[in-house]
Design a protein around this ligand. Structure first.
Ligand SMILES: *Cc1c(COP(=O)(O)O)cnc(C)c1O
Length: 381
């Protein structure tokens, strides 16, 4: 049924670019260069151009990108890496995997992103790096974070899995794309991400040529020359089919971002009269709305979610359990301080359907259902 409301509509998006995608796939099949080759090189250079970033190194997925970034920075077991607790597990998992200590910090309730003020008290003599996560599609307030990192000689690895295409305005008037402001930027091409392939994929961004070389070597078994391994690396590559698909989709990224922003604007208008706390755009960041995430006050989140489900409207909770409470991290990481905002957000966030094919009729239906919920359940004060 074409008017089924989905969290993400990859089929509808594919239908609109089917000829180009199918041709790209057949080109790879005809050439049989399935690993490496022209499509991978070309996609990396196109992405570098789009982001105004000197070096793009593709890899197998976004989690690998984060892991390779930390490997490239040559951190040592016991070194601490600061990361928000309110994020996807991958941001902190790779820290622990490498024997480093994730130190988790809180986020700003208005933007869901961590800030320099929240990071500063978490810095100790063992801190080596910060992983700011540009959550749900907008940039962290990076200038104060970069200043803080510089003052304490810390590396910055941006987790840009959710915000590719967003940019940030510095106080001197220049803008920079998310993923290109720190030492290394990481992204994911998981199908539902804003620039998604049809399988797994990821990439790293770096301005420093030596760091970029090191990243490329690590992703390729630590070798610069075949069968000569000078550092311990891993096997992490974007395959040619995914690169060919991404070349096509990258050509549409501006219109995809525009469609998401339009949908967010419509939600803002349609939901303005409800008790929901709507997402706020930081004045220094553009927002690419990977998610449209509202806060449902008064403990009504799960009831609203059920009501929507009863009316065939999907929604998701990103994220129900903060990382500092996850069993996996209890013995290997720690919260820097109490994290009251993270705790509260986990009980009241709700992400509504958001994708490039969402229609105003569908959004009207979603909004009316939410308004109905409140007219039946009242707004407990
Ligand atoms: C999706 C995501 C990742 C991991 O990407 P994969 O390609 O799934 O490994 C990392 N961090 C954040 C914030 C993400 O949303």
């Amino acid at each position: 049924m074409s008017d089924t409301i989905r969290m993400v509509d990859l089929r509808g998006q594919y239908d609109k670019i089917k000829t180009d995608i199918d041709n790209a796939i057949h080109d790879v099949l005809d050439n049989t260069t399935f690993i490496g080759g022209e499509h991978v090189r070309h996609f990396e250079s196109q992405l570098s151009e789009y982001l105004s970033c000197p070096h793009t190194i593709s890899c197998a997925n976004g989690t690998d990108a984060l892991q390779i970034a930390l490997m490239a920075l040559q951190l040592h077991p016991g070194d601490e890496v600061i990361v928000p607790s309110f994020t996807y597990v991958a941001s902190a998992e790779v820290i622990a995997l490498l024997g480093l200590t994730p130190v988790m910090v809180d986020v700003d309730p208005a933007t869901f992103n961590t800030t320099a003020e929240l990071i500063a008290p978490a810095i100790t003599p063992r801190t080596r790096a910060i992983i700011p996560v540009h959550l749900f599609g907008q940039s962290c307030d990076m200038e104060p974070i970069l200043d803080l990192a510089r003052a304490h000689h810390l590396y910055i690895v941006e987790d840009n899995a959710q915000a590719i295409g967003a940019d940030y305005l510095f106080s001197d008037g220049h803008r920079a794309m998310t993923g290109t402001m720190g030492d290394i930027g990481c992204t994911s091409f998981f199908p539902s991400k804003n620039l998604g392939c049809y399988g797994d994929g990821g990439a790293l961004f770096a301005a420093d040529p030596d760091l970029a070389t090191r990243i490329r070597m690590i992703a390729n078994h630590g070798q610069a020359e075949k069968y000569h391994h000078s550092i311990v690396g891993c096997n992490s590559r974007l395959d040619a089919l995914q690169a060919a698909i991404l070349e096509v989709k990258l050509r549409h990224i501006k219109s995809y971002i525009a469609a998401r922003r339009e949908a967010a604007c419509r939600y803002n208008r349609l939901l303005a009269s409800t008790p929901l706390i709507l997402p706020i755009e930081h004045p220094r960041s553009s927002h690419v709305y990977h998610q449209y995430t509202v806060q449902v006050p008064d403990g009504q989140r799960d009831a609203l979610r059920q009501y929507l489900a009863d009316h065939q409207i999907p929604s998701m909770v990103y994220y129900p359990l903060p990382l500092h409470h996850q069993k996996a991290f209890l013995s290997v990481g720690r919260a820097a301080t109490p994290l009251p905002v993270t705790e509260q957000l986990c009980t009241q966030v709700l992400s509504l359907p958001m994708h490039t094919e969402l229609t105003s009729d569908q959004q009207q239906t979603i909004a009316e259902t939410i308004i109905d919920f409140y007219s039946k359940n009242g707004h407990k004060q």
